[in-house]
Unconditional design. Structure first.
Length: 148
């Protein structure tokens, strides 16, 4: 039987993106903001938030190198299931939770998903009004801590 990857698989990253988009609804998010929010979602303690869902591995900066492709694959999976829509704009593609996202997420039951949903509320409440520049400065400070 083939090995099944669950951690950072397209389904996990897709569900995380879907949770963030559902919490942000009706707002649209671009890929860069989804990447930033996804990092913060699983590493909330790095930005003085609640306890992180994922472990604080010392070399987690490597996550940033692969996160974009993982999120893109997850978005594609969720779009193929009609849970996320992608809109072309003059500034690039924007993503939005479809109307079916809420009922789909409500049907999922697991402590991990409940934790993700709770953290997504915190992330969107705290960071959605932050400018692109300000959120990048904040995350740069976090990344700089790893290289010390």
């Amino acid at each position: 039987m083939p090995e099944t990857q669950t951690f950072n698989s397209p389904i996990e990253t897709g569900v995380r993106a879907l949770i963030l988009l559902a919490e942000s609804y009706p707002e649209h998010l671009d890929l860069q903001r989804l990447l930033e929010f996804d990092y913060i979602l699983v590493h909330t303690k790095d930005v003085d938030g609640p306890p992180s869902i994922h472990p604080a591995l010392p070399l987690r900066s490597g996550e940033l190198l692969v996160r974009r492709q993982l999120i893109e694959r997850g978005l594609m999976l969720m779009m193929s299931r009609g849970l996320i829509t992608r809109h072309a704009t003059p500034n690039g593609f924007m993503y939005q939770a479809d109307d079916s996202a809420g009922p789909f997420l409500d049907a999922l039951t697991a402590e991990y998903l409940d934790d993700l949903k709770d953290r997504a509320v915190w992330v969107v409440d705290r960071f959605s009004d932050m400018s692109d520049h300000d959120i990048r400065v904040l995350l740069s400070r976090v990344y700089d801590q790893w290289s010390r």
